[in-house]
Write a protein that binds this ligand. Sequence first.
Ligand code: HPA
Ligand code: ZN
Length: 333
Amino acid sequence: MSLPKAELHLHIEGTLEPELAFELAARNGVTLPYADTDELREAYRFEDLQSFLNLYYELMAVLRTERDFEDLANAYLARAAAQGVRHAEIFFDPQAHTGRGLEIGTVVEGLWRALGNSEANHGVSTRLILCFLRDESAESALATLDAAKPYLDRITGVGLDSAEVGHPPAKFREVYEAAAALGLRRVAHAGEEGPPEYITEALDVLGVERVDHGLRCVEDPALVERLVRDRVPLTLCPLSNVRLRTVDTLADHPLPAMLDAGLMCTVNSDDPAYFGGYADDNFDAVRATLGLTDERLRELARNSFLASFLEDDEELRARYLAEVDAYDFQSTP
Ligand code: HPA
Ligand code: ZN
């Protein structure tokens, strides 16, 4: 299904496929503790968010140069384009790289070599969102924002990711205030493994405009009512939720009930190399398993563009929305 869509929850480091990991390891003289891609894929059985994050950070050791980040982003953009993605707002985790000795400029410039040419090369418009690691200190987040200042023309917003429980949003009040003062948009992961209170805190204390995941809002009817009333977009990631055992099976995913409740849901791929699929794979899975109608799928695609940070190019957003409205489910497999 090549329904036109925006990808709003995508960690670029989570698009590192095993084949590219080995290719970059060879290029950079890095030894991975896996014999081959098959053995590496064996490690993709996760118990929870932390067990995934351990592997996610381990494999980043192969990313060393601007060219590595460029290749990583181009590989993602090519796959995304083939899956109907017209616009991608891409997360990156600078601290996961500066913490092992890279300069933030290597990461941003490398990614930009791909993103800056993405409309021409892939037909995908892009935005870049810098994420702070919530299991690092607030001081480290502030230092990261400071280090990013020379690159702010390439960065649209800030986000918050990594191990959620025990690291509530309020820990990052100061850096989010500083980001807002710099004119950056604000999002944060909340309510993936953490409680609904973290969603409320992300809205009230950090001033986020979208909530990444936000799945656990369903446990708090008053919060659902607020999110519906204020049209707060949620960037859901169904295949990620299954792999990280946030839901038991895809059939148990609350997406249909969330849509019925009037929540502004979007469907995204999170870390597609690790969780079994890119944008369309997630759309196909929810269509097949949750029985979403064509009009529900169209609503999800419309939401993705409405929730995207395209305020600086409303003409482009309008063009994308017109494409969604014109999409014919009957004539496309
Ligand atoms: N959750 C939190 N942090 C992350 C994730 C995620 O799914 N992927 C990469 N960092
Ligand atoms: Zn995520």
